[in-house]
Design a protein around this ligand. Structure first.
Ligand SMILES: [Zn+2]
Length: 243
């Protein structure tokens, strides 16, 4: 039988009211994937758990396996990403990474790469960077870790290189000859940008300076690619970002 008590480091993706005084917390953990856990009494004024179960918290958590959800019995906050609370313009960017992770990561399968991706993404957004580029890099890298890495090197139909059309449905570059109905025409800089964001470390995203057109094209490409293959659905953060 599995241990009833277990510990893990986690990032809080979401928190909901449960009953009179509790919270149901969605966590992405370093070792145990994504799951929900109950923080008993977390809505009471004097609760020791209250601050540690807010969205945008990294902490060490101790859980007790319950009948339905694990209970959080103690926590120690390690990082609080305060920039998302202090800057209303920044909040939807952090929320977008949390919502995308919550929607796309299926369950309790260990995924340390995704854990580091979200941690790096939240940290990067607190720095002086092009925020949209952090989001685009996050989308591409997340798709890659989930097994849907877009094909950005040659035409998926015939292998031709230096191709500038992308098919969201095929999840790859396609040449005019192999062109499917959902073909998006990109400038060559956009293809190079997508490739670079997918392959570089998160820290290098800050060094990339794309044109407005490349950013617009990549936004369209990622959005339709994710919608087709991973279907994140409606996100509150996306609405806030548009506003
Ligand atoms: Zn082709």
């Amino acid at each position: 039988m599995a241990n009833r008590i277990f510990k893990d480091e986690g990032l809080v993706l979401r928190t909901r009211v449960l009953g009179e005084a509790d919270r149901l917390v969605t966590l992405l953990t370093r070792g145990g994937g994504k799951f929900e856990a109950v923080a008993r009494g977390a809505r009471k004024m004097k609760s020791k758990l209250a601050a540690g179960v807010d969205i945008f918290t990294r902490g060490d958590y101790t859980f007790h396996r319950g009948k339905t959800w694990p209970l959080i019995t103690s926590q120690n906050s390690l990082e609080r990403f305060l920039w998302f609370r202090e800057d209303p313009d920044l909040y939807p960017y952090g929320l977008y990474l949390a919502e995308l992770t919550d929607r796309l990561v299926a369950g309790e399968e260990s995924c340390p790469e995704l854990y580091c991706l979200l941690l790096d993404g939240w940290r990067m957004l607190g720095k002086s960077v092009d925020r949209a580029m952090v989001l685009r890099a996050f989308e591409l890298k997340m798709a890659h870790y989930l097994g849907y890495s877009p094909g950005l090197h040659h035409c998926a139909g015939c292998g031709t290189e230096n191709v500038r059309g992308f098919s969201p449905r095929e999840g790859s570059l396609l040449c005019p000859g192999c062109r499917p109905p959902d073909y998006i025409n990109l400038e060559s800089g956009t293809v190079a940008l997508a490739r670079r964001l997918l392959e570089c470390s998160f820290g290098q995203v800050a060094l990339i300076r794309p044109s407005a057109r490349q950013k617009e094209e990549l936004g369209r490409m990622n959005s339709s690619f994710l919608a087709y293959h991973l279907d994140p659905g409606e996100l509150k953060s996306k609405r806030l970002l548009k506003e």
